[in-house]
Design a protein around this ligand. Structure first.
Ligand SMILES: [Zn+2]
Length: 187
């Protein structure tokens, strides 16, 4: 992404707004917005292979591992407005576990792009499933969508829950239920 090009576009939006683009509060806005977009779109330059390198460990565990309330934000591909909330991940290992700190990093690969929540959920769960090769795995995302909030007419779609289940999380109702009750509990 060429930051100078983005700065020019932002300056154009400001001048089209009718406000005084020379006043002090707006002077550095194009530069700041360009930096923000660079950060929000930095997932394109991350690779799954590099992110998970050296972070898989052998295990005999076969109990469910749940990591919940991982904060994320992403950029709606239809409106270029943020959507944000929490990702919950659970899996039952089959010989391998992944270092805990890597999961937020894997989420960033896919969230820091132009996205829709449904695809984001799938891409995270597919990436983790192919990396860990677990017995079963589930990803649930709960997010608020700024685009819906701004339009103010569809409350239900401004609070959206999506899920993607693999292996025993998909085939076994009890396993899926155990995961869902973990992420609903307050502790
Ligand atoms: Zn949107």
């Amino acid at each position: 992404m060429n930051r100078i090009n983005v700065e020019k576009l932002v300056a154009k939006i400001i001048s089209e707004s009718g406000d005084d683009s020379k006043r002090s509060g707006l002077k550095s806005t194009p530069e700041r917005v360009a930096k923000l977009f660079e950060e929000m779109l930095s997932g394109y330059s991350l690779s799954l292979k590099k992110v998970v390198e050296g972070s898989l460990f052998d295990t005999n565990l076969d109990d469910m591992i749940v990591i919940k309330d991982i904060e994320f934000y992403s950029l709606c591909e239809h409106d270029l407005t943020p959507f944000f909330g929490s990702v919950h991940v659970g899996y039952i290992p089959e010989g391998k576990i992944i270092g805990l700190s890597k999961i937020p990093k894997v989420i960033e690969i896919f969230s820091k792009r132009l996205q829709v929540q449904e695809n984001l959920t799938n891409e995270i769960s597919n990436a983790l499933d192919s990396t860990i090769s677990p017995h079963g795995l589930g990803v649930v995302i709960k997010a608020k969508h700024t685009c819906s909030i701004i339009r103010g007419k569809n409350f239900s779609s401004s609070n959206l829950t999506t899920s993607s289940m693999h292996g025993s999380f998909r085939s076994n109702l009890n396993t899926r239920q155990e995961f869902l009750s973990h992420i609903q509990s307050k502790s």
